[in-house]
Design a protein around this ligand. Structure first.
Ligand SMILES: O=C1O[C@H](COP(=O)(O)O)[C@@H](O)[C@H](O)[C@H]1O
Length: 263
């Protein structure tokens, strides 16, 4: 895979984490509606993390979300912790609790909820092997791309959301971690990350070329502990994975005032 064309970063600052989560939720509902009008369906890549999960709760309680036809939405994940499927550390478990259980009663199809593999999946040949799990998720992406007839190895992502760690990581792509370079050199869509600097140690992640293939990439960041990473990433491409992501049409940094305080 090659990197998509880069769009320039736009920055929107909200007063605090709560208003950030509510505003991103509203923006997400509109983006999904627009995609459905334009191409009949919508495909969203979810993130874990504090604000990433809080914004899902906001969607669940938003009257506007009833305007969406959830039976025509696909959900993917940017990264996942490679633990058992019921582990509360999993981004997918947190997302189900925050939003997806609600959307299941509003038409969201279970086969459109593309969770990343877990260590206890019955259909993973070697459940303990994160590389096999990464390959299986890559195959699921390729199958979706084939079904859409878009060519390439991943489907259209209308919007891909990311949190940013205080160290500048996005998804489970950590600065200077060997998996970052290895995944790219091997041309992989999904990588296994071992010895993650943030627990749990084993994770799965989309790679930079897949992330940058999304039409819109939204970096959703709240908190003063992220301010230095945000400022460094927005200064231009460099050491931090957060500085290397962009959407083909739009790159939005959605911040609270604390996260924006070093700009
Ligand atoms: O480990 C992870 O962390 C990031 C950021 O989380 P936050 O709680 O500091 O906002 C998150 O985006 C990622 O999906 C997750 O696996």
């Amino acid at each position: 895979m090659t990197f998509g064309s880069r769009s320039a970063a736009e920055v929107v600052v909200h007063p605090d984490k709560n208003s950030l989560a509510a505003a991103v939720a509203a923006r997400l509902v509109v983006r999904v509606l627009d995609a459905q009008v334009r191409r009949g369906r919508a495909s969203v890549v979810l993130t874990g993390g504090t604000v990433g999960i809080q914004l899902l709760r906001e969607v669940a309680s938003s009257p506007a979300s009833h305007a969406v036809d959830w039976s025509r939405v696909d959900l993917w994940w940017g990264d996942e912790r490679f633990v058992t499927s019921d582990d509360g550390d999993r981004n997918a478990v947190q997302a189900r609790e925050a939003l997806l259980d609600t959307l299941a009663t509003q038409g969201l199809r279970e086969d459109a909820v593309h969770v990343m593999p877990a260590t206890d999946d019955a259909d993973v040949d070697n459940p303990a092997d994160p590389d096999a799990a990464a390959a299986r998720y890559a195959a699921e992406l390729a199958e979706a791309a084939r079904a859409e007839g878009v060519g390439g190895s991943v489907p259209v992502f209308d919007v891909l959301m990311l949190g940013v760690g205080p160290d500048g990581h996005v998804a489970s792509l950590f600065p200077e971690h060997p998996s970052l370079k290895e995944g790219q050199e091997a041309g992989r869509e999904v990588i296994a990350v071992r010895d993650s600097p943030k627990p749990p140690p084993t994770r799965l992640s989309l790679t930079l070329p897949v992330i940058t293939s999304a039409e819109e990439v939204w970096l959703v960041v709240g908190g003063a502990d992220k301010a230095d990473a945000v400022a460094e990433a927005l200064a231009g491409p460099g050491r931090l994975p957060a500085s290397l992501v962009s959407g083909t049409r739009r790159t939005l940094w959605l911040l609270d005032r604390d996260a924006a305080s070093q700009l």
